[in-house]
Ligand binder design. Structure first.
Ligand SMILES: [Fe+2]
Length: 182
């Protein structure tokens, strides 16, 4: 029997997902300033979050899976916590798993009527995201990265247009060390 090295390694505490065929992208504030209530006065070059994706999946092949790691930095934009852009899946039948690796945060979900609900994210937390819900990660820590692993079908697709047309109806702030949703 041939025993091989794993295709990639996830450095849970420090570092990223590293290995062959792993893409790495950074989102700067200027790319996503429109998702915040007020980004005025904040440095547009601030790195908000990073995403590593295992690109091994065969594009569009039904049943194939993608694996990702998101790292949200502990940055606030005029008090509003760092968050991912958020999306629905193009194919609402495709679900997704998230799991918490490091830090503290929230998984914010929203149904098509605009009703929001959340789940706490922490090291070891596991989250099943029904394809009917828009989803976004939020780092609620003042000083620690939030790292979250994800697995989803390659056929899911990211429907960003839908969340731009119907934005999340809840915002999360860190005020005097308290997490405030409004
Ligand atoms: Fe997703």
């Amino acid at each position: 029997m041939k025993i091989s090295k794993p295709m990639a390694q996830m450095n849970n505490l420090e570092g990223l997902l590293e290995g062959e065929g792993i893409s790495h992208a950074a989102k700067l504030l200027k790319d996503i300033s429109f998702i915040y209530e007020n980004a005025e006065g904040c440095d547009p070059e601030t790195v908000m979050y990073e995403v590593c994706t295992c690109e091994r999946a065969q594009k569009g092949k039904k049943g194939d899976l993608l694996w990702g790691l998101s790292i949200l930095h502990p940055v606030r934009i005029n008090g509003e916590c760092c968050m991912t852009r958020g999306h629905w899946h193009v194919d609402r039948d495709c679900a997704e798993f998230y799991y918490g690796i490091k830090g503290r945060g929230l998984l914010l979900m929203m149904d098509e009527k605009g009703e929001c609900f959340g789940e706490e994210v922490f090291p070891g937390s596991l989250h099943y995201i029904d394809g009917r819900y828009a989803h976004r990660l939020i780092n609620t820590s003042a000083d620690e990265d939030l790292k979250v692993g994800a697995c989803w079908p390659v056929t899911a697709g990211h429907d960003y247009a839908a969340t731009e047309k119907q934005p999340f109806t809840v915002r999360v702030f860190l005020e005097n060390g308290e997490v405030v949703c409004r």
